[in-house]
Design a protein around this ligand. Structure first.
Ligand SMILES: [Zn+2]
Length: 186
């Protein structure tokens, strides 16, 4: 059953909303890093359609002053986990999503090449919901089965691979709670 949770790079439980912001991973690269992010648009507002819009390249700059600076960004993530636990998938796992930007993990640059990016709906300074931790742990378990080189020590925050530039998922993300949930389901 668990093996079928992901088919052809798509998580079955997710709602698909395909982003044009992706490309091929380099050849012969193993996916062996998971990057946790957070996002909300406008910052601190939940349940809006604007994250989808941003990742699909359809964000209207006139909707909110903050959007003027970001609407032209060509960014995406593989997944978004909303506050209520709903999961949206924008890019299949075998393709390269554009979530990490300039980044480095253990001396390796361009983390997008070899990572999965998961966004949690939230902010860099506030807490996340139980539904989000549950879904994240569940999905992480599926990804670890699909990509055996993706181990617990290779799960990081965006802030860890782009220090000084990024602060997400931030101080409100409870890594102990996450890893505990992950072990419980194993
Ligand atoms: Zn991020």
């Amino acid at each position: 059953m668990v093996l079928q949770a992901i088919q052809d790079g798509w998580l079955k439980l997710a709602r698909q909303n395909i982003s044009p912001h992706f490309d091929e991973r380099p050849k012969q690269v193993d996916v062996d890093l998971l990057v946790i992010h957070c996002i909300s648009l406008p910052c601190g507002n939940y349940g809006t359609p604007y994250i989808d819009d941003l990742f699909l390249g359809k964000l209207d700059p006139n909707t909110h002053p903050d959007f003027q600076d970001i609407y032209q960004l060509r960014v995406s993530a593989h997944l978004l986990i909303r506050r209520d636990g709903e999961v949206v998938q924008y890019v299949p796992f075998d393709k390269r999503a554009w979530h990490a930007g300039v980044s480095q993990f253990q001396g390796r640059e361009k983390c997008n090449d070899f990572s999965i990016g998961i966004e949690l709906e939230g902010t860099d300074t506030t807490t996340f919901t139980d539904e989000q931790y549950q879904q994240l742990a569940e999905i992480t378990g599926h990804l670890m089965m699909l990509y055996p080189k993706l181990t617990k020590s290779r799960i990081v925050g965006h802030e860890h691979i782009a220090p000084g530039r990024k602060t997400d998922p931030g101080i409100g993300f409870d890594w102990d709670h996450y890893f505990h949930s992950l072990e419980k389901r194993a």
